[in-house]
Design a binder for this molecule. Structure first.
Ligand SMILES: NC(=O)c1ccc[n+]([C@@H]2O[C@H](COP(=O)([O-])OP(=O)(O)OC[C@H]3O[C@@H](n4cnc5c(N)ncnc54)[C@H](O)[C@@H]3O)[C@@H](O)[C@H]2O)c1
Length: 281
C-alpha cells in the first residue's frame, strides 16, 4: 500500500466542534463527520429528544469512547450561548469549529401538513421574525460568541449551512397538489429564501473580516434530501435535478469533514454546492 501524505489532514483529533440544530436530520451527519474525524461533537438544540437520538445512534455506530456533548440551548439567546461557551472553555479550553446548521425548516412537500395559509401575500410577520431569528440572527450570535474565542486562539472554522434555495428561487410548482384551490396550495415560505441567501452574505462578510485571524468561514449548500417524501413529489423534484434523484443524508459527510478540517486550509468565503446539479440547469 502506498504511503499516505494527505489523508491525515482530514483528521480533527480533539477539536471541539459545535453543531447548532444538532438534533435534526443533517445534525446527525455533522455529528458523524466530527466523530469520524476524531473530534468532540457539541450539539445545541431546543429539542432534547433529537440530540439524544443522535447521540445514541452515533455512539452505537462508533463505540462507547465517542465524545458527544448535548446542550439544550435556544441559539437566539446570547446568554444561553455564553453559558455553553463558558462550560466548553472550562472543560476543554478551546472551541475549534462552529457549524451554523439550525433553521426553521418548514416541510411543504407532498403529503406534509397543508401550509396553504402561508401564501406570500398573507405570510405572517410573526413567522418571518421567528425564521429570521433562528436562521440568521442565531447564526450571527453564534459567530459572535464562539468566533470571539477563535479570534483569541487565532484559529477556527465556521461552516454555515445554506441550501440550493440560497442560490435559486424555489420552484413552487413541485409543491402543488392536483385538485386543491389556489389559496390552499402549499409553498416554500419567503423567509426560507431570505435566510439561506443571507447566510451566504454572512459567510463572505466574516471570511474577509477574520481572514488574517486564522478563522476560515465557508458555506455548504445541501439540497433535496430524501426523507420519506411521497413518490409523486420525489418524481417531480427528480426531473429538476440532472442526477435525477434526491440526495441521501450520507452524501454530505465527507464534504463536511473536508470543509472543517485542515484538508481545506486555503478555502474561505466559498460556497460549496451539493445539489446533484440542480442549480446549473
Ligand atoms: N433537509 C433538507 O432537504 C435540506 C436541504 C437544504 C438545506 N437544508 C438545511 O440544512 C439544515 C439542517 O436541516 P435539517 O433537514 O436537518 O432540519 P431539521 O429541521 O431536521 O433540524 C433543524 C434543527 O434545528 C433545531 N432548532 C430550531 N430552532 C432552534 C433554536 N432556536 N435553537 C437551537 N436549535 C433550533 C430544531 O429543533 C431541529 O432539530 C437547515 O439549515 C436546513 O435549512 C436542509
Amino acid at each position: 500500500m502506498a504511503k499516505k501524505i494527505y489523508t491525515e489532514r482530514f483528521e480533527i483529533p480533539g477539536k471541539v466542534c459545535i453543531v447548532t440544530g444538532g438534533g435534526g436530520l443533517i445534525g446527525m451527519k455533522h455529528c458523524e463527520a466530527i466523530v469520524e474525524g476524531g473530534g468532540v461533537a457539541v450539539l445545541l438544540d431546543i429539542v432534547p429528544e433529537g440530540m439524544e437520538r443522535v447521540k445514541k445512534s452515533v455512539t452505537e455506530e462508533y463505540g462507547e469512547d465517542t465524545r458527544i456533548e448535548c446542550f439544550v440551548t435556544d441559539i437566539t439567546k446570547r446568554e444561553a450561548l455564553e453559558k455553553v461557551r463558558d462550560s466548553l472553555l472550562e472543560k476543554y479550553g478551546h472551541i475549534d469549529v462552529l457549524i451554523n446548521n439550525a433553521a426553521n425548516n418548514p416541510k411543504v412537500e407532498g403529503g406534509s401538513k397543508n401550509l396553504g395559509a402561508m401564501r406570500f401575500h398573507n405570510f405572517p410577520v410573526e413567522l418571518w421574525d421567528q425564521d429570521i431569528a433562528v436562521g440568521l440572527t442565531g447564526a450571527m450570535l453564534c459567530a459572535q460568541v464562539f468566533g470571539e474565542v477563535m479570534e483569541k486562539q487565532k484559529s477556527g472554522v465556521i461552516l454555515n449551512i445554506s441550501s440550493d434555495y440560497g442560490l435559486i428561487a424555489p420552484d413552487q410548482r413541485i409543491y402543488r397538489k392536483e385538485g386543491l384551490p389556489e389559496e390552499e396550495q402549499t409553498i416554500k415560505p419567503v423567509s426560507y429564501s431570505v435566510v439561506k441567501h443571507g447566510l451566504i452574505g454572512l459567510t463572505k462578510y466574516l471570511a474577509v473580516y477574520w481572514a488574517e485571524k486564522g478563522i476560515r468561514v465557508n458555506t455548504l449548500c445541501p439540497a433535496s434530501l430524501e426523507n420519506g417524501q411521497d413518490p409523486a413529489f420525489q418524481e417531480k423534484i427528480g426531473k429538476l435535478i440532472p442526477l435525477g434523484r434526491m440526495s441521501r443524508p450520507d452524501e454530505y459527510v465527507c464534504t463536511i469533514l473536508y470543509m472543517i478540517s485542515d484538508a481545506a486550509t486555503y478555502m474561505t468565503g466559498a460556497t460549496v454546492v451539493l445539489d446533484g446539479g440542480r442549480t446549473v440547469w
